[in-house]
Design a protein around this ligand. Structure first.
Ligand code: GLY
Ligand code: MN
Ligand code: MN
Length: 504
């Protein structure tokens, strides 16, 4: 090969080979980071559980859609948080008092007939590689394992019988100090429909007298509340993709475009950007539909002069964004829409300044509510700033925790610490039906008459501005900063509709 040929070959290898190698190295690095994270998380939980505990965490259940069709599977967030495993029929057992088998995983055996339809399950080696758990048994053995362990007997494999493994737990059983921890946060279930955890709790209480059954969800929620730099990097990616999808949607919105088209476009951008899809179904509502908080997009054409509200979040490696933007369908806010939008934006900006170490969700909420009340009074939609009237037009909270679940776990009263992630999402929704209860009450007549002109002017306006922020040492980082928030920014982006944009 002459030098031109060699140069060409090197160039080709560089262009084709290196990125693939780099991607593989990055995947490997990601897997290693996840494994280190889940090992660390289990250690933190076991510290809290103590040596007398046995903790059981189940994977999420497969939910049937109809007959032979199931809903898309999503792993239970707690099981994922502790193992990194995304497949069903997996159970994690923690026994902090053990020496080597402190963490035991139960995964399904190979099932050739299921493989035909659903593909392969993880092998034990693969499950070990992902989770860092080397003691792995078959899911089919879980019941006999638990029965044996709670009965003070060594389960199956002979190596346990020969070792002192389980002795700490067994001696706690002897002393009546053994505890079984399960996720019991959801209560025993409605109409006797106890979930697996509650069924197991009842079984243990009935059959193993003297073993305490406790709820582990508060400890897990406490751990999940403060995100690691790795978790924040996943949320950063989820919000970046979400903002990109919102920008694409904003440019595609026009009169005649249907709500569910925009919902589908947003989902497409999520998938195209290598996320696993959405963390919750997109909310895309236009006109009066924008005033319905958790509206599902329908076969409704957007109309000139209306607003379109999009509340969407991509899910990346199990972490969800939650961002809302509200834009005018024709690209220009009317003066009435702009008035309400400015109130919501001021409330959002003021609330953001409260996000700093030591303050609480209630501080963020109250700051936003003060501004919303002032604005609503100014435009005539309430008559008394010191009353609860504002709740007609703003019936939800300003913030919630964000993470693996869009409404993530954690005590809402917890003071902010670096690494906590929350939404800031004030809104105003002029939904006339919100007054229906008041109309039945003759005493409210005066109020209804007073707000009538404003109601006529602002009826069907629904606006929410929602951002995702992480608490930092000094203040906060705005994760959702890639899509327009101000009237000028939104109108400028919409003036450029039709132009293609670059990917994040
Ligand atoms: N997307 C639901 C919420 O904003 O809380
Ligand atoms: Mn939202
Ligand atoms: Mn939200």
């Amino acid at each position: 090969m002459n030098w031109v040929g060699r140069a060409l070959m090197i160039l080709l290898l560089t262009v084709a080979g290196l990125p693939a190698a780099a991607v593989m190295a990055q995947d490997k690095g990601d897997r290693e980071t996840l494994r280190q994270e889940v090992v660390r998380r289990r250690a933190a939980l076991m510290d809290k559980l103590g040596p007398n505990a046995l903790c059981v965490i189940f994977s999420g259940e497969v939910k049937n859609y109809e007959r032979d069709v199931d809903y898309l599977y999503r792993q239970d967030s707690n099981l994922y948080y502790l193992t990194g495993i995304t497949q069903p029929d997996v159970t994690l057992v923690l026994l902090p008092g053990n020496s080597s088998a402190r963490e035991i995983l139960f995964i399904p055996d190979r099932d050739l007939s299921k493989e035909t339809w659903f593909g392969k399950n993880l092998t034990r080696e693969e499950a070990d590689q992902i989770s860092g758990i080397s003691v792995i048994h078959s899911t089919a053995q879980f019941d006999s394992f638990l029965e044996a362990t709670l009965s003070r007997r060594h389960f199956g494999p002979r190596r346990y019988a020969r070792s002192t493994e389980f002795e700490t737990f067994f001696s706690a059983l002897d002393r009546g100090e053994a505890q079984t921890y399960l996720i019991l946060e959801n209560g025993p279930g409605l109409r006797g429909q106890a979930n697996r955890e509650w069924k197991l709790a009842n079984r243990i209480r009935e059959n193993f007298l003297g073993i305490q059954v406790r709820d582990v969800s508060k400890w897990l929620a406490g751990l999940r509340l403060v995100k690691s730099p790795y978790e924040i990097s996943l949320l950063r990616r989820a919000t970046t993709v979400t903002n990109h999808a919102l920008n694409e949607a904003i440019k595609a919105i026009n009169s005649g475009v249907k709500e569910f088209e925009i919902g589908a476009l947003i989902e497409y951008v999520f998938r195209k950007s290598n996320t696993s899809g959405y963390g919750y179904p997109p909310i895309v509502g236009s006109g009066a539909n924008a005033t319905v908080l958790h509206y599902s997009p329908r076969d409704v054409a957007m109309k000139n002069g209306d607003l379109a509200l999009m509340d969407v979040g991509a899910e990346y490696k199990q972490y969800s964004a939650d961002v809302t933007r509200t834009v005018p369908v024709n690209g220009k806010f009317t003066s009435a829409q702009a008035e309400i939008y400015s109130i919501v934006l001021q409330a959002a900006d003021a609330a953001l300044t409260k996000v700093r170490v030591g303050s609480r969700i209630s501080d963020v909420h109250e700051r936003a509510v003060d501004l919303l009340k002032e604005g609503l009074l100014r435009v005539g939609l309430i008559t008394d700033k010191d009353s609860e009237q504002y709740r007609l037009w703003f019936p939800h909270g300003v913030s919630h925790w964000l993470g693996m679940n869009v409404h993530d776990v954690g005590d809402r009263d917890e003071p902010f610490r670096p690494g906590m992630v929350l939404t800031v999402e004030p809104g105003i929704y002029i939904r006339e039906a919100a007054l229906d209860n008041l109309r039945k009450d003759p005493e409210q007549h005066k109020f209804l008459t007073a707000i009538e002109p404003a109601l006529k002017k602002y009826k069907d306006i629904g606006i929410r501005i929602e951002d995702d922020v992480v608490v930092t040492d000094t203040s906060y980082e705005l994760l959702s900063n890639g899509s327009p928030r101000t009237i000028t920014e939104i109108e400028a982006l919409m003036a450029n509709r039709g132009k293609p944009s670059t990917r994040p």
